[in-house]
Ligand binder design. Sequence first.
Ligand code: SF4
Length: 375
Amino acid sequence: MSGIYIHIPFCKSKCYYCDFYSVTKSNGQEGFIKTLLGELIFRKDYLTNKQVDTIYFGGGTPTILSPGKLGVILKRLKELYEVDRGAEITIEANPDDIYREGLDQYREIGFNRISIGTQSFFDEHLKLMNRRHDAAQAIEAVRMADDCGFGNISLDLIYGIPGMTAIQWEQNLEIAAGLPADHISAYHLTIEPGTRFGRLKKAGVFSEIPDEQSAEQYRMLLAILGATGFEQYEISNFTREGRYSRHNTKYWMGDSYLGLGPSAHSFNGTQRHWNPASLTRYTDDINIRKPPRGETITPVMHRNEYVMTRLRTSRGIDAVDFKANFGESAWYELLFMAEKHLLKSHLILENGRIWFNKEAWFHSDGILSDLFLIR
Ligand code: SF4
């Protein structure tokens, strides 16, 4: 089964940490939708596995489009693609866009999962990051989504925010766990070049929090969500009641997906493609039916990506599957490369499966680089 991702490239304003592609102009929606509907036809044959069982509207801010406009896109997508009856269909939403009638309409259109960008339940953090909502709106948004019958709700949290105390982080986690959401994505703040925070860092007036404080907040994340019934199934993702993100799991399991809209990436099993991160260039390319840029995945790229993405998940790497993909000797080569981290218990090898020790997951970048082939 395949997934489809739709990138809606509009935001009302730019959050200071965000490096996703979006524009803040209020016009251009109609033109974008027309182009996107054209791309739906143009890319129709991209997926080799035609059956689609996840659809994800992300961005940008999908909820900046009216429910009517979102409905037009989703309806056309369902007409053109083989969408499974039980497909997971997610919409990302910001708390300031959420209102009762809109939620009802999202459900009528066909969305059955909502991912709400709550980020923090403290106004000072939200202001610092230039979020457009306050803490009360974030809490109300999650409750409203539940009242309106969204049984599958995810919320986002950010930790490692400069100035956030351990007590505030603890309270954020407890508030999140007490809300009617069975999925939480928790990401450490990263300061990316090209963002407002990136420019402030370059000017020497803003920086990441110390490593030890970051590690402590990660430990609190595991402890508090673990104690409230959440299972960590991926380095930054937690679920209870088995409500893991089926769409994002496709990225980690190497399944095929089609990405539509500016900056969206696609993967068909052997090649990866990406649309330009510019609304103008995207529109020009689709208008002349110019195929997106791409690359063929070499055997070494495939093997390294497999190791990286599987080890992001709690399932880790299964020896039988790894050998089926890369051969018997490649498995022993991997074990040899992993030996140092197995001895230090950063990685665990048991019953023909290798996975990250949860505490070591936070420092996984350095460990993973030891497992990559460079030839
Ligand atoms: S975090 Fe979301 S709402 Fe904020 S600028 Fe990025 S895409 Fe837009």
